[in-house]
Write a protein that binds this ligand. Structure first.
Ligand code: ACO
Length: 341
């Protein structure tokens, strides 16, 4: 599988930590020092479809393809604007495509899970061009009265067009169920026969230290596994793109693997944690800034609720775009290191 085109989109609305101080018992200093986040993008109600469509259109344009050229649309998302139709069907309509379309839910690792699915369809000869989107509106799911979780998240969408080729060198997926570490209960319906739920839904619930421990150890293990498959040490990769979950997690992985900070870019300070959108968003920012060159090896690692994880190594095959955008601050300073937990 090769990446033929890439694009991304962020909501216009920026919400700073100072805006959160107005209604939450928190501070800019607390959030920045523990998560690296200074601001996040927050969509307007029902804006996810147009964000995902915009990312998809940019990826198609970049690939020189049209909606009609697609053989499949895969969208990694926790929940679109509708429970159904799927977000992928709404994107299909917007692109004027006629191919099969489905959503895939693997939380923050969803984009890597979707890449593996696309690669399998392409290798099997069942599809030539697959649109793979990571799109999330996690701020809609968050509990904005819970300062421990709502400060972490942001919304966004990233998309790639995958096609035949030898660019995907290795990929690993894992799942090890631990409901309590990170979960969100579905809203109960009004079915009079089901009885009352044992636990009332309260948005995203997280044991932060358990998630930290899982994310750091799993990411290091996954990156080592995919690097071994390729026969190139993680430290020798040109880029290591980590799911932008929390700057502390990124720094812990970077330090424990002794990675060159210049190879581990980050945008979490500007975007917050955008779940399945975070890896394609970051990849697109690097590409648009002209930092990706053909032949470079890019390792990617994502982890999230489930608990699930995914990592891969991609040999980049595209020339930089003709029109470059300014390299927005992609290497924010590290935050306080999380004590061993
Ligand atoms: N502002 C001010 N105080 C806060 C805030 C906040 N936003 N959030 C929590 N606190 C308080 C708590 O109430 C607690 O106060 P108390 O001691 O009076 O009870 C204190 O800070 C410490 O709370 P902890 O939850 O123990 O905070 P911790 O030091 O563990 O930091 C954090 C929380 C930053 C989330 C940390 O656990 C962490 O980095 N975890 C990694 C998990 C993560 O970032 N997940 C991202 C999303 S999931 C994913 O994408 C995989």
């Amino acid at each position: 599988m090769n990446i033929l085109g890439i694009g991304s989109a962020l909501p216009e609305q920026t919400v700073t930590n100072h805006q959160l101080e107005a209604f939450l018992d928190t501070s800019d200093e607390w959030i920045k020092s523990r998560t690296g986040i200074a601001q996040r993008r927050v969509m307007k109600e029902s804006e996810l479809t147009s964000l995902a469509l915009s990312a998809a259109q940019k990826a198609l344009r970049d690939a020189g393809l049209k909606g009609a050229d697609l053989d499949m649309i895969l969208v990694a998302t926790t929940m679109g604007d509708y429970v159904f139709p799927s977000l992928s069907c709404l994107i299909q309509e917007g692109l004027g495509a006629t191919c099969p379309a489905m959503d895939l839910h693997a939380a923050c690792a969803g984009f890597i899970y979707a890449l593996e699915t696309a690669d399998s369809f392409i290798k099997a000869g069942k599809a030539k061009h697959i649109l793979v989107v990571g799109a999330e509106a996690i701020t809609r799911l968050a509990n904005w009265e819970d300062r421990a979780t709502c400060v972490l998240f942001g919304d966004g969408a990233g998309a790639v067009v995958a096609g035949p080729g030898e660019g995907l060198k290795a990929l690993r997926l894992t799942a090890r169920t631990d409901r309590n570490a990170l979960y969100m209960l579905a809203e109960p319906g009004n079915n009079p026969f089901t009885g009352k739920p044992e636990e009332a839904p309260e948005g995203v619930k997280m044991q932060g230290q358990d998630v930290f421990r899982f994310a750091v150890t799993q990411s290091i293990e996954d990156l080592g596994w995919v690097a071994d498959q390729v026969g190139v040490a993680v430290q020798e990769m040109d880029w290591v793109l980590l799911h932008q979950a929390n700057r502390r997690i990124l720094d812990a992985v970077r330090l424990r693997l002794k990675l060159d900070p210049k190879k581990v870019p980050g945008n979490i300070h500007r975007t917050g944690n955008t779940s399945a959108a975070s890896i394609p968003l970051l990849l697109d920012e690097l590409y648009r800034a002209g930092l990706l060159e053909p032949g470079q090896l890019i390792a990617m690692s994502a982890f999230g609720a489930g608990l699930v994880s995914g990592a891969c190594v991609l040999k980049w095959g595209k020339e930089p775009p003709e029109e470059l955008t300014a390299a927005e601050d992609l290497f924010s300073p590290p935050v306080n290191i999380m004590p061993e937990v």
